[in-house]
Write a protein that binds this ligand. Structure first.
Ligand SMILES: [Zn+2]
Length: 206
């Protein structure tokens, strides 16, 4: 189709011209028309402004895409953990912090600490080290009679303290004045004169 610009320039032709994409022959015809047509020169000015704005927007878009992909590459390179991992870590830290606070019982130096030991199998009670202990031992079902023999031994089985006490209903109370160094211990309930424990409780001082 022969393109002449005796009529006014089309929007498409002006846009292509502004973009520098109009073919040589069409460019000549368009420029000839522009020489004689003020309205089309004004339309070309408007088209130029539009094209520059579009080019600016396209450039900004490309820049944003580059920035995004750069950020994505950085994230991959450093393997930024997903939120749930952080959340789990934070929860662990909270539990540790709470445990640490609980272990640091603010008992004054030398003050006794009351500890209840229950007969749950495998349960180990943690107590603060370096304090005398007042123990309440679960004696349910032991048929102790009028007297019980309580023994505190260390992890190696060496007896540290022992006492004969009168059971109080289903409990036996014993006071051990020796402050415990950090470590594992066992408290045994025995019948008087019988070394075999009827019940044994694990105790960890720390
Ligand atoms: Zn015109």
């Amino acid at each position: 189709m022969e393109a002449t610009f005796e009529d006014h320039c089309t929007d498409d032709a002006l846009e292509l011209y502004a973009l520098g994409r109009l073919g040589g022959k069409h460019t000549e015809a368009l420029e000839e028309h522009l020489l004689i047509c003020e309205p089309c020169r004004e339309r070309l000015d408007e088209t130029d402004i539009f094209v520059r704005a579009m080019k600016g927007a396209a450039a900004r878009l490309r820049l944003e895409q580059k920035t995004e992909s750069f950020a994505a590459r950085v994230a991959r390179a450093f393997q930024v953990p997903a939120f749930p991992v952080w959340a789990a870590s934070a929860a662990c830290l909270c539990i540790i912090a709470v445990s640490a606070v609980r272990l640091q019982q603010p008992a004054p130096a030398g003050a006794s600490i009351a500890v209840s030991l229950h007969a749950e199998r495998g349960a180990s009670q943690t107590v603060a080290a370096h304090h005398p202990l007042v123990l309440s031992l679960d004696a349910r079902g032991l048929s102790l009679g009028k007297s019980a023999h309580i023994v505190l031994v260390n992890a190696g089985g060496t007896t540290l303290e022992q006492a004969d006490v009168a059971p109080d209903n289903d409990q036996v109370h014993a006071r051990f004045s020796r402050p415990l160094d950090p470590g594992d211990y066992f408290v045994r309930i025995c019948r008087p004169g019988d070394a075999d424990p009827l019940r044994e409780f694990a105790l960890r001082a720390q």
